[in-house]
Design a protein around this ligand. Structure first.
Ligand code: ZN
Length: 491
């Protein structure tokens, strides 16, 4: 590296003869690289970042210090790709959610319910006026004429509405169509068809008017929360699906149907059939259907309501949101000793099933459902990693699920997901090896987002600022839509 008046020449790093402004360059020196591809860690590597890209990495202990170029001594540190939380909500609470993602090394998210205010937050992040993660923002949630959700959910009752919905969301910039539990069969198939014509994937909850296999065959790209899946791995499949098919959704009390489905899903798991599971998982692989098990939120709703009331991370959550969480969790949480025991068994069996899916080659992505009760923006993705390891994924495969596999799912593998020259400079520098213990992803030394280094002191300040913002009365930063989602929940 050589400094010059016109900038820094980086032979072999940037094109011959080209120069980069010194202030645009960061060098991470002598770090162990776990690149996210699954390749073994490489020790003693040097990484050169130029602008928002990884320009070069290699073994060069002797790369000289150049005036004006920031060099970080990373001896004893580990670098991994920036993490992707593949199931989030609430990006538009701009003084809380975006900084919590970045402070936790989550440099990318898949936002599962698009609306005007979170699209605006995404735009602010893209134009550099707000520090936050890259976001792949989906459509409005589309459901049948009756829904568990209140506005801004979109309802479609026929094929014409379903087609118009897809086109309108494409025009608004949606990167995928988010489908939901109470969509009718015909409308789901129409959405699948129109989304294909428009070049958009569709993803989300399985419609309870289809089996997960039918949704997979129709091209649904990801299935969220494992909903519906346990029917198809169960000896009770036909009986339970017939019972659901015969049950109308009561507009006066739409949650009854959902509660019935959840209870039947639990009972279905008690009759788990490995041959059926093997067949289903092979079909997921063949159809390219990914699983987004969101074990974090599944764990929250499987535990007694007071499980998280003393969680230290609540200091980052504003009082009104905390109150909504405490209220809303009552809808889901088991209460009697028998219910608690049943939910505990059910949770463990689903975690085990995720391991079996992974073993069978089914694509797994990691998401948290942040904004729902006790799903903490940023922090909870590290819990999801731990749960994937509990499921039987190796620490390496768990990491891949939220880095390179996430990128592959999104079709962004050429720009993100691994520590590779040419890709975005989104990185997490750790104090300890995450392959020894996946909890080491929480030992964050620094975060790099779009080439910008958030060092220890800046990270602490980010967190302190969030804590201060959370202690304020509900602010103008709270959009009306966010407030509605926080109150009703989202999924
Ligand atoms: Zn969700």
């Amino acid at each position: 590296m050589a400094a010059g008046s016109a900038g820094v020449a980086l032979p072999g790093v940037i094109s011959p003869g080209a120069r980069a402004a010194a202030a645009e360059i960061t060098v991470l020196k002598q770090v162990t690289v776990i690149d996210g591809s699954g390749a073994a860690p490489r020790r003693d590597m040097t990484i050169v970042l130029v602008g928002d890209r990884i320009a070069w990495l290699g073994r060069d202990r002797d790369l000289p210090d150049v005036e004006g170029v920031r060099a970080l001594d990373c001896r004893g540190k580990y670098v991994i790709p920036g993490l992707w939380d593949m199931h989030t909500h609430g990006l538009d609470l701009v003084d809380i959610f975006p900084p919590l993602y970045i402070a936790n090394g989550v440099t990318g998210i898949r936002e599962m319910w698009g609306y005007e205010e979170n699209r605006a937050a995404h735009e602010q992040i893209e134009n550099g006026t707000l520090l936050g993660p890259r976001a792949v923002v989906g459509s409005s949630i589309v459901d049948g004429p009756v829904s568990l959700l209140q506005p801004p959910v979109s309802h479609v009752s026929n094929e014409a509405e379903a087609r118009a919905f897809v086109r309108a969301e494409k025009a608004l910039g949606a990167k995928f169509i988010k489908v939901y539990s109470y969509l009718g069969r015909d409308e789901l198939y129409t959405i699948a068809d129109e989304a294909r014509r428009q070049g958009l994937p569709f993803a989300g909850h399985v419609s309870y008017r289809l089996s997960v296999l039918e949704a997979s065959e129709a091209g649904q790209r990801s299935l969220e929360h494992l909903f519906g899946t346990t029917f198809q791995v169960s000896l009770k499949e036909k009986e339970f699906l017939a019972r659901l098919a015969a049950t109308p959704i009561d507009p006066e009390s739409p949650r009854d149907f959902f509660n019935l489905a959840r209870e039947l899903e639990r009972q279905a798991m008690l009759e788990y059939s490995k041959p059926k599971a093997d067949r289903l998982f092979a079909q997921f692989v063949r159809n390219g259907t990914w699983q987004s098990p969101t074990l974090v939120v599944n764990r929250v709703i499987s535990m007694p309501a007071d499980t998280y009331i003393h969680d230290p991370r609540l200091k980052y959550i504003p009082a009104d949101l905390k109150a909504h969480w405490a209220d809303r969790i009552q809808l889901f949480a088991p209460k009697t000793p028998q219910e608690i025991q049943e939910q505990s068994v059910y949770l463990a069996s689903r975690i085990e099933m995720v391991g079996a899916m992974h073993e069978a080659g089914v694509g797994i992505i990691g998401g948290t459902d942040s904004l729902n009760p006790y799903c903490f923006p940023g922090f909870s993705l590290h819990d999801e990693l731990g749960l994937m390891v509990d499921a039987g994924l190796s620490p390496m495969d768990s990491l891949r699920a939220v880095t390179s596999e996430a990128a592959r799912f999104l079709g962004l593998e050429h720009s993100t997901g691994t520590v590779t020259a040419g890709k975005f400079a989104d990185l997490v520098v750790l104090d300890a090896n995450p392959l020894d213990d996946i909890r080491n992803t929480q030992k964050i030394h620094a975060v790099v987002t779009r080439g910008r280094v958030i060092d220890r002191a800046q990270r602490e300040k980010l967190l302190a600022d969030v804590e201060a913002a959370a202690s304020q009365p509900p602010a103008s930063a709270r959009s009306a839509t966010f407030a509605r989602l926080a109150k009703q929940g989202c999924c």
